[in-house]
Design a protein around this ligand. Structure first.
Ligand code: NI
Ligand code: MN
Length: 220
């Protein structure tokens, strides 16, 4: 499978058949690798209701017919009223998907929608597990992920609104993934970070890390 970083918390996961897009904040993102009009997807996973995560989800879903996959509350509050196809779950739940599955994992963060909880996702695709943390603070629950045998952990490092690099390093030590990829940094001045320094610190802790420039991808 291939994982491509499109900027901020937006990734495209593909197994050669299905295209899974996460948190497609492209319009208005100065570092977006693609425009919303040229982005195709079969499923769009959205972690929470802040605009730097919902982004272009409705527009892309309307244009492509992709289903928006999110918590029940986010679907009820944002996506169902917009008339797009939704597929829902909630924290702790795993939903079977044509490409494998997606499990809703807790995140400590506001959601932007009253009564709605923010989440992360554990995707299973092509025999690999990808943890997209969403926006979150460091939490000891991440230690539970060590038993999930995560191949790639996508961790926010921007600080201010989410974990910063030091807490993301502590998260990596708890999760013990094969590879760490930082996200949610540099998009706006308050969250500018030295991603390479973070990656080096992760390597020194004994894990692999890769900084992806927007548009860059890797085979897993
Ligand atoms: Ni947020
Ligand atoms: Mn955010």
């Amino acid at each position: 499978m291939e994982l491509q970083f499109l900027g901020h918390a937006c990734f495209l996961l593909t197994d050669g058949i299905y295209r899974v897009l996460t948190d497609p904040f492209l319009t208005g993102n100065p570092l977006a690798a693609v425009s919303a009009d040229e982005t195709a997807a079969d499923f769009i996973f959205v972690t929470h209701g802040h605009s730097d995560h919902t982004g272009d989800a409705v527009a892309i879903a309307q244009r492509t017919g992709a289903a928006v996959c999110c918590s029940v509350d986010l679907a009820d509050g944002v996506f169902a009223p917009a008339g797009v196809q939704v597929q829902v779950g909630n924290l702790g739940g795993r939903i079977p998907m044509p490409f494998g599955s997606a499990k809703f994992f807790q995140a400590i963060h506001g959601s932007g929608v009253p009564g709605c909880l923010s989440c992360g996702f554990i995707f299973e695709m092509d025999g690999k597990k990808i943890y997209h943390a969403g926006d979150t603070a460091l939490m000891t629950d991440m230690a539970l992920l060590a038993e999930e045998n995560i191949d790639v952990a996508l961790l926010p490092i921007g600080d201010v609104f989410t974990m910063g690099p030091e807490d993301a390093l502590r998260a990596a030590k708890m999760i013990q993934p094969k590879l760490v990829v930082p996200m949610h940094y540099d998009t706006f001045p308050p969250i500018v970070q030295d991603a390479e320094a973070f990656a080096q610190a992760v390597r020194e802790a004994g894990f692999q890390a890769k900084v992806l420039r927007p548009g860059e991808g890797l085979q897993i």
